[in-house]
Ligand binder design. Structure first.
Ligand code: NAD
Length: 495
């Protein structure tokens, strides 16, 4: 791992690109409008980025449709598409330091997380998905002797991917890899808070041999570029990661336009359940701290609610406070840093508001507290733990998306399950017990797309990622992700 000084020197030599990427080249937005892209740890301008809107969306969609119809990518043999995506993965590996820096500078995530998690996961996702496309077969239906019914999967056409800022490169890749592998044309609208890595990725895709127009990146705001994509009548699929609020709006836009398919990876308020029969309380506490303080709590699967069994509550809380104290916010370019700044002033104000409400509603702050922002010195927040919390409190019900943890207690297994499920969300859950039967029993009852037992957040390209209830539908990663970007076709032949 490079030193702080080496990362700083490297960041000074980076070439940032802020134009839109359409049809294989960078170009300003048609309106000429831009928006500032700011480093949240210094509050300094990185670059002004093209602010795309309806005109750019119309242009990119027309382009993407034309290239889809040409068949240059959509009809390319799967193993040839695989080779292009494998080359892209190789190029990402070659430029891994650059990609690590782009997201760290853009949204404040620690460089060590980029190097150890986001960049390797991105490369692996492209490789694994690319490798899978020439191994997925169609079906022959068991019809009568005088007919032949073929069931195949075809690319859907033009995919619009709208992504958030918390894992900019990784979230974009979870959409791009399967959508491109399946033969679609894609228009990616990254978050206005973190557009830089997506733009560089598109440039590398061209270098890897992806035909022009197959991948277009339109930076811009949600209410302009995002809404125009979501309402566009020539977009077939909307693949979204972001808040549940916007997810609901996208379903309405689809209904108002062409009933495009809408896949949603949305918000969460995931619980950790710590039972008194867990094998290692210290490890459970350290993992509970990582589950809310890594990436500053700006993690969709963050376990922001801890339910701990009454008999071990005090011991667990002491271990938790000690583990959490190691997440002191600092310069994200320092490889020792475990927590950087939150993404911007808006996010800082949100976190502040929720901590205030927790205190007003009777919570007991046992670590951290209200942020003390020094203008010009970054949006840093201390890891914050609120004890004596319960499900009736606003900050326990709503997603904060910051480093704030609610600690609640329970007495019985049934109560723990009921409390965990008492949420509009259903993304992840972490269960700590050494009792195998309890682990299975509780996992089955939890209303969540993903359950981790005696761990949190683990997974790789082989397993689906996504949630239930207001946390969304559909799944990223694994072979199931290809289902989102392909359409079933039946051909019935009378012999
Ligand atoms: P957000 O919903 O504010 O924005 C997400 C994207 O939607 C951005 O690109 C934004 O520009 C765009 N957008 C906003 N308004 C729009 C509109 N009217 N029409 C079209 N597009 C619009 O979310 P965020 O603040 O960027 O990200 C944080 C959220 O993402 C959290 O709720 C988090 O839980 C969620 N998230 C979920 C997952 C998952 O896999 N379930 C993963 C990461 C993040």
């Amino acid at each position: 791992m490079k030193t702080l000084q080496e990362w700083k020197t490297l960041s000074e030599s980076l070439t940032l690109r802020g134009e839109a990427y359409i049809n294989g080249c960078f170009q300003p937005s048609l309106s000429g409008e831009t928006f500032p892209c700011v480093n949240p740890s210094t509050e300094q301008l990185l670059i002004n980025v093209a602010s795309c809107d309806q005109g750019d969306v119309d242009l990119a969609v027309a382009n993407a449709r034309e290239v889809f119809r040409s068949g240059i990518w959509s009809e390319m043999a799967p193993k040839a598409r695989k080779r292009v995506l494998l080359r892209l993965a190789d190029l990402l590996e070659k430029h891994q330091d650059e990609f690590a820096l782009l997201d760290t500078l853009d949204m404040g995530k620690s460089i060590s997380e980029m190097v150890n998690i986001d960049v390797p996961d991105t490369i692996d996702c492209f490789r694994w998905t690319a490798e899978s496309v020439d191994k997925v077969y169609g079906e022959i239906a068991p019809t009568g002797h005088d007919t032949l019914a073929l069931i195949s999967r075809e690319p859907v056409g033009v995919v619009a991917a709208i992504t958030p800022w918390n894992y900019p490169l990784m979230m974009a890749t979870w959409k791009l890899a399967p959508a491109l592998a399946a033969g679609n044309s894609v228009i990616l609208k990254p978050s206005e808070k973190s557009p830089l890595s997506a733009l560089r990725l598109a440039e590398l895709a061209t270098e890897a041999g992806l035909p022009d127009g197959v991948l277009n990146v339109l930076p811009g705001f949600g209410h302009t570029a995002g809404k125009a994509l979501a309402l566009h009548r020539d977009v077939n699929v909307l693949a979204f990661t972001g808040s549940s609020r916007v997810a609901g709006m996208l379903m309405e836009y689809a209904g108002q336009s062409n009933m495009k398919r809408v896949w949603l990876e949305a918000g969460g308020k995931s619980p950790s359940l710590i039972f008194d029969d867990c094998e290692d309380i210290k490890k459970a506490a350290a993992t509970a701290a990582a589950a809310i303080f890594s990436n500053q709590g700006e993690v969709c699967i963050a376990c922001s609610r801890v339910y701990v069994q009454k008999s071990i509550k005090e011991r667990f809380l002491a271990e938790l406070i000690e583990a959490a104290s190691q997440y002191q916010p600092a310069d994200p370019l320092d490889p020792e840093t475990r927590m950087g700044p939150v993404v911007d002033a808006v996010q800082l104000a949100t976190v502040e508001r929720y901590i205030s409400s927790a205190l007003e509603e009777g919570g007991l702050c046992v670590l951290g507290g209200l942020p003390k922002h020094v203008p010009g010195q970054g949006y840093f927040v201390q890891p914050t733990i609120i004890d004596q919390a319960h499900n009736g409190m606003t900050f326990v019900k709503e997603e904060i998306f910051g480093p704030v943890l609610a600690v609640c207690e329970f007495e019985t297994e049934e109560e723990a399950i009921a409390l965990a499920n008492d949420s509009v969300y259903g993304l992840g859950a972490s269960v700590w017990t050494a009792n195998l039967s309890r682990a299975h029993r509780v996992s089955r009852k939890l209303e969540a797309g993903m359950v981790w037992v005696n761990t949190w957040g683990e997974g790789d390209s082989t397993v689906p990622f996504g949630g239930v209830k207001a946390s969304g539908n559909g799944r990223d990663k694994s072979l199931h992700s290809l289902e989102k970007y392909t359409e079933l076709k039946t051909v019935w032949i009378r012999l």
